[in-house]
Every structure is written in structure tokens, then in C-alpha cells.
Design a protein around this ligand. Structure first.
Ligand SMILES: C[S@@+](CC[C@H](N)C(=O)[O-])C[C@H]1O[C@@H](n2cnc3c(N)ncnc32)[C@H](O)[C@@H]1O
Length: 247
């Protein structure tokens, strides 16, 4: 008898509000037999989970979730592994593929994108990402702080718009201060900054400020910070990075 080949779809939920989830993700969740994810994200899609086997666990259990997803797909099941935002941006897509390769598994894997935090936040701020930009995570859990500092320095020197993910947590408070110091070596204090907490989901809070003043604002793990380049300006409360058109 031929073995039934299962599959894992790694799906991005977007920022959290179901209106911002792409229809392909919605359909994949509806068609799944098993849905696996971090508890907070599973809670966001509760209305879609009736009749499905749901497996949720806590933070920092990413590899366990991927191993389980691959094992259940190997049993022939149709599995959905959920990730916040886009699964390929600090999400579950990479870990799932690494675990699949490590296990020499032949299951099918499909990765379905989602709106990532930086595009949700940018839309709420105006148009800050209209020119070249970089995204840097300030979390030094899996990346050395020296490497992160080097990337910040070169992004600032290259005059990129800089978006910061994982900017600050309860136990990690100094990195954002150091990041601002590094950026100020190449950018002036008046550089526009947008701080968006809970972008495009319940409880959204949008703050437009400057690089010199941003540390006075509330910043936490549900926040994205976008720092403009040397041409970015603020007009009527919106942040605009010119693309270069002559008007
Ligand atoms: C591990 S990363 C996950 C990113 C996610 N895969 C994405 O594409 O948006 C977690 C960080 O993303 C940012 N983030 C995710 N969703 C957000 C939202 N709706 N509003 C603001 N920041 C968000 C925060 O900086 C948070 O600390």
C-alpha cells in the first residue's frame, strides 16, 4: 500500500485582525485537519477552528511545534502551522523547513504569506517606506548583540529607513537606547520616527515623533518602530519618505 503523503501549510495570520488575513490563508485553515500554533495566535483564529484538532503551546517552543507538524503530516494529515504576520519574516517558515530537512522528510510544504508588522505599521503612519529600508530585530536571543549593532550602524550609514522589530521587552530594555545612540551618529535628532503598537489589530496606538524624543514613548514587544532616512518628513501628522518624484 502506498503511504498517504500529508502536508504542512505554514500560514501567516497577518497582524491579528481577520480582515487583514489573505483569503488563501483563510481557506488553508478551513481545509486543515490539524492546526498547530502559539496559544496567542490560536486564540486569534478561534472562530475558524471548530471541528479541528488544535495543538497550542507556549513561547520558545517553536522547534517542538515544527517537529509535531512534520510528524503529523508524515501520518498523512493535512496540517496548518500558524505564524503571526508573515511566516517568512522572523516567523515559522524557516524552522519548519529546517526541521523537515533534518528529518529527511518527504512531506509537501507550502508557505502562505501574511501582512508583516512593518507594512501594517507603515500604512498607519503614512508612507515611511517609500524608499530603501531595512528591518532589524533587536532581540539578541538568537543573534549576538555585536552583530545587531553592526547592522544598525551600517543601516544608519547607508541612509536606509530602519524598522525595528522586537524593540524592547520587560527584561531587555537597554538595546533600544543603544540603537538610538548608533542611529544618531548618522542622523539628526529631528529625524521622523513612527511608533506603532498593535498595528492593524485591536488596541492600535500610533505615535509620530522624532529620533531625539522617541525614548520618552511607550515601546514594548507589541510595537514596531520606523525611523526615517535623511529625506523623510512629517506633514499633517503623516510620515512621508519621498520616492524622488518631481511634483
Ligand atoms: C518574532 S517577530 C514576528 C514578526 C511577524 N512574523 C511579522 O511578520 O510581523 C515579533 C515582533 O514583531 C512585531 N509585531 C508583530 N506584530 C505586530 C503588530 N501587529 N503591531 C506591532 N508590532 C508587531 C513586534 O516588534 C514583535 O516584537
Amino acid at each position: 500500500m502506498t503511504k498517504v503523503k500529508g502536508r504542512v501549510a505554514v500560514v501567516g495570520l497577518g497582524p491579528g485582525d481577520l480582515d487583514y488575513m489573505i483569503p488563501a490563508v483563510y481557506k488553508a485553515i478551513q481545509g486543515a485537519e490539524v492546526v498547530i500554533g502559539y496559544k496567542t495566535y490560536i486564540d486569534l483564529i478561534k472562530p475558524l477552528l471548530e471541528g479541528k484538532q488544535v495543538i497550542n503551546n507556549g513561547m520558545r517552543k517553536e522547534i517542538e511545534r515544527c517537529q509535531l507538524a512534520v510528524e503529523m503530516a508524515e501520518e498523512g494529515k493535512n496540517v496548518v502551522l500558524v505564524s503571526s504576520g508573515d511566516p517568512g519574516i522572523y516567523g515559522m517558515a524557516g524552522a519548519l523547513l529546517e526541521v523537515k530537512e533534518e528529518k529527511n522528510s518527504e512531506i509537501d510544504v507550502e508557505i502562505l504569506p501574511g501582512i508583516t508588522a512593518v507594512s501594517g505599521a507603515a500604512a498607519s503612519l503614512g508612507a515611511p517606506l517609500m524608499h530603501d529600508f531595512v528591518v532589524i530585530s533587536l532581540s539578541d536571543l538568537l543573534t549576538e548583540w555585536e552583530v545587531i549593532k553592526k547592522r544598525l550602524y551600517h543601516a544608519a550609514a547607508g541612509d536606509f529607513v530602519v524598522a525595528l522589530y522586537n524593540p524592547k521587552s520587560m527584561g531587555r530594555t537597554t538595546q533600544i537606547q543603544e540603537a538610538v545612540e548608533i542611529l544618531l551618529r548618522h542622523r539628526n535628532e529631528e529625524t521622523p520616527v513612527g511608533i506603532v503598537k498593535n498595528a492593524k489589530r485591536h488596541g492600535e496606538k500610533v505615535v509620530v515623533t522624532t529620533l531625539g524624543k522617541m525614548l520618552k514613548e511607550e515601546i514594548d514587544m507589541t510595537t514596531v518602530v520606523i525611523i526615517g532616512n535623511s529625506n523623510t518628513y512629517i506633514k499633517n501628522g503623516k510620515i512621508i519618505t519621498p520616492r524622488g518624484y518631481s511634483l
